[in-house]
Design a protein around this ligand. Structure first.
Ligand SMILES: [Zn+2]
Length: 402
């Protein structure tokens, strides 16, 4: 539930964004110029600038002749602090690692990616990730000494009940065993705070922070790719669930008698409409395709059998989403991943299935839209994770969890 404090924080962030965006486009501005450009009241603007100065996000320099004030000293100019803390988002996918770097003004200043070697082990993954960070920093002239924190997106469940792993100093992180070498390596190499979450959930958070779901507080995000993942935003907050598995749409059971799934269940949505399932169904229709990007290309070329299979899979996804929509009542359903790039071929059947099968509501038709942020969404979401607010219940009021 939204509290007055939440509302105030949101408002403050909106004002901060307005000030930062004016500084990004104009460089240095005096407080008077900022007041004029943002339309904020003088008092609000002064409070916002003081807060940003305190956090080191902006700096103040001697004014120039650009704004003569008659008698007296020229006004001080406020500008973005180029040396302030960088935030790094890393997204470790099944066969690729991606990164995004944001500056103190929360502006993404670099993105990069590297393929992971086939069958890469955890140590090799860790090395690839560190190499990618160093190479991207060198190429963009970013000082890793200014790195303040790392957000890390992973495949699978990040269970907050796992014991935190020490990373040196007072730092620690909760990381699934598979990724311990990576967490330790990042701790050793960069010595900063590490925050970890599932990468589909992070893509949802990124869409809500920078993308298509930005004005929305209740949203269902699904990533349809080789795997099928998801993330739910309720009341402006990302739902992690009690065990870090909130939003795992791919493991909703479609068919209790279906083939076994790697999660231990049977007949999961992911097995049915995930990349491998789609390729198998195409092959059964005589269309052999080597990988998901070839399947997407074939659908774009309107190969009839492929289009039919994709559209029918989209309707299956829509039926699962109809249940989610009935239960969560979101304002928006966002579809990301490679399959979302097929536009109306997938979005229409999803929308139809939701409209047909979810609880009728006043607006009747729910907005189903493609994601905005493309392949870097999870790396950007890892940055958003670092910016995200503290849990809503103050620590001293939270019951002890054994
Ligand atoms: Zn499953």
């Amino acid at each position: 539930m939204s509290t007055p404090t939440d509302a105030l924080q949101r408002l403050r962030r909106v004002h901060e964004d307005a000030v930062l965006s004016a500084l990004r486009s104009a460089g240095g501005l005096s407080r008077a110029q900022l007041t004029e450009r943002t339309g904020l009241s003088r008092t609000t603007m002064f409070a916002i600038v003081s807060g940003l100065l305190e956090r080191g996000v902006v700096i103040e320099t001697e004014g120039s002749a650009a704004e003569p004030r008659g008698r007296g000293r020229p006004a001080a100019l406020v500008s973005l602090n180029p040396d302030a803390g960088l935030l790094l988002g890393l997204d470790l996918g099944r066969n690729r690692v991606r990164l995004a770097v944001a500056n103190a003004a929360h502006q993404v200043v670099a993105t990069a990616s590297a393929d992971l070697p086939e069958e890469a082990g955890p140590e090799e993954e860790a090395e690839s990730a560190v190499r990618l960070v160093r190479a991207a920093a060198a190429e963009r002239g970013l000082s890793l000494g200014a790195l303040e924190a790392i957000g890390l997106g992973l495949v699978g469940v990040v269970d907050e009940h796992l014991p935190p792993v020490p990373l040196g100093g007072e730092r620690s992180a909760v990381v699934p065993a598979r990724y311990l070498p990576l967490a330790r390596r990042l701790g050793e190499e960069f010595g900063v705070r590490l925050a970890v979450d599932n990468n589909a959930r992070l893509a949802a958070l990124a869409e809500a922070t920078w993308g298509v779901a930005r004005p929305v507080r209740d949203m269902v995000y699904v990533r349809w790719s080789v795997g099928v993942g998801g993330g739910f935003l309720a009341g402006g907050r990302l739902m992690r669930g009690a065990h870090g598995a909130g939003g795992e749409l791919g493991h909703v059971c479609l068919d209790p008698e279906g083939p076994p799934c790697h999660c231990g269940s049977r007949g999961c949505l992911e097995g049915h409409i995930g990349g491998r399932g789609l390729l198998e169904r195409c092959a059964a229709q005589g269309v052999r395709l080597p990988a998901l990007d070839a399947l997407v290309a074939a659908a774009q070329d309107r190969v009839p059998a492929v289009c039919e299979i994709v559209a029918s899979a989209a309707a299956d996804l829509g039926r699962v989403l109809a249940g989610t929509v009935t239960q969560l009542d979101p304002a928006l359903v966002v579809v990301g991943g490679e399959l979302a790039g097929l536009g109306s071929l997938v979005l229409d059947p999803i929308r139809e299935a939701i409209t047909e099968r979810s609880l009728p509501r006043s607006s009747r038709e729910i907005a189903v839209v493609p994601a905005d942020l493309g392949v870097n969404a999870s790396a950007m979401g890892a940055i958003a994770l670092l910016l995200h607010e503290e849990p809503s219940i103050p620590a001293h009021l939270r019951p002890d969890v054994p």
